[in-house]
Design a protein around this ligand. Structure first.
Ligand SMILES: Nc1ncnc2c1ncn2[C@@H]1O[C@H](COP(=O)(O)OP(=O)(O)OP(=O)(O)O)[C@@H](O)[C@H]1O
Ligand SMILES: [Mg+2]
Length: 377
């Protein structure tokens, strides 16, 4: 059931800024969300995600900048006049109304005809047809979340804003609702802007992710682009995990940047090198790091280093996660799939380390190596 207009309009934020007294919560944000796409705003607590959504919904007045839908400016439009609906973390359903009437609420208030048929279609979309007579307190968190979604979608907004809508659900239900939400978005074809601080959630669902940090967008792109080729240490650490190893550029010619990393020459493709001179951080994802007992051949030789010692082994079912102490005193993470190809290596084993050059990236040394590292909980 497509709810989208044929000539969908993109949502565009230009130099959008929000100051609270002397504190800048959102700083000159520029972004464009193409019509009909699933867009995620990802970032740590306090980075300005909710403030951005509230400006789009009209619940917060920007200090400066503009908001457009297609060619129409809506920066100062009243909230109820915008073709935008919001689903919040606390679903805010009416506890005394049954599910059918909860979903019907917006249309009844606008005196729309044919409400019951539309409610039935919406409940079918979120797979709750059989629950129409129940009241919200008789439903699970995931079911209530789907009612909230049906209640927002029945108004046929052009843009649906979702602020941590799955935050109250336990992990398993959260994972299944992520897939469900993506299915519904694909089916209705509307623009979804989804706010989350869960990087796995953003990667599972979004066509495009904007990573926000301290009121600004650090990087925007497809989940794979951001993961494979982060431009900042914050993105490298916040979206998954990264090994970041200090080195200095020795040459930058053509397609390859060469870096001296504690005496080993490694190469990095130029389009993944975000600095071309001076010192930098050589980045490599833990699952791209291959290890083998010292002197034994490594599967896919590339940038090659000797002298590692395994200092920690944790078995996590699908993979084994190793920490390897390198001669220069830094522990690298190496994640290996448990394919049974060879036995798990013991702590204390001397190993060589390698990775294919095409997987490495290079970031300027001026960036904070610990930016975006999740604090231990
Ligand atoms: N009304 C307000 N007055 C003053 N400061 C505010 C106000 N609303 C938000 N802030 C501040 O702006 C910053 C961004 O807040 P915002 O709610 O947008 O963060 P968020 O990214 O949604 O975080 P979370 O993931 O915790 O929900 C925070 O530092 C917050 O304290
Ligand atoms: Mg928030």
């Amino acid at each position: 059931m497509s709810l989208a207009a044929d000539n969908g309009r993109s949502l565009r934020l230009t130099a959008l800024t929000k100051e609270f007294a002397t504190f800048t919560a959102v700083r000159s944000l520029d972004l464009e969300v193409p019509a009909g796409t699933f867009f995620a705003l990802l970032g740590p607590s306090g980075c300005g995600k909710t403030t951005t959504l509230r400006m789009v919904a009209g619940l917060e007045v920007p200090t400066s900048g503009t908001i457009h839908l297609g060619d129409d400016e809506i920066t100062y439009e009243k909230p109820y006049r915008r073709p935008v609906n919001t689903v919040f973390q606390n679903y805010a359903l009416f506890p005394h109304l049954d599910i059918h009437e909860n979903v019907a609420f917006g249309l009844r208030r606008r005196k729309v005809k044919d409400v019951d048929q539309q409610v039935k279609e919406m409940l079918a979309l979120v797979e709750l047809e059989s629950q129409a007579k129940k009241k919200p307190p008789q439903m699970s968190g995931g079911q209530q979340q789907r009612v909230a979604l049906a209640r927002a979608l029945i108004n046929r907004p052009e843009v649906l804003l979702l602020d941590e809508p799955l935050g109250a659900l336990d992990l398993k239900l959260r994972r299944s609702m992520q897939i469900e939400l993506k299915r519904i978005q694909t089916e209705v074809g509307l623009t979804f802007v989804h706010v989350t601080h869960d990087q796995e959630e953003a990667m599972t669902m979004a066509d495009t992710i904007a990573v926000m940090n301290g009121g600004v967008i650090e990087q925007m792109g497809s989940p794979a682009e951001l993961y494979e080729n982060p431009r900042t240490t914050f993105v490298a650490n916040f979206l998954g995990q990264s090994n970041l190893i200090p080195g200095s550029v020795t040459s930058a010619e053509g397609d390859v940047v060469r870096v001296d990393m504690h005496g080993t020459q490694v190469s990095i493709p130029a389009d993944r090198a975000h600095t071309r001179s001076g010192d930098g951080w050589v980045g490599i994802r833990p699952e791209k790091v291959l290890i083998a007992p010292a002197g034994e051949p490594i599967d896919a030789p590339g940038n090659h280093m000797t002298g590692g010692v395994i200092t920690d082994v944790s078995f996590v079912g699908v993979s084994t996660q190793y920490l390897v102490m390198m001669p220069w005193g830094q522990e690298l993470m190496a994640f290996e799939q448990n394919t049974g190809r060879r036995a798990v290596l013991d702590k204390g084993t001397k190993v060589d380390v390698s990775w294919r050059p095409e997987f490495a990236f290079l970031l300027p040394a001026s960036q904070d190596v610990n930016a975006g590292v999740l604090e231990e909980v």
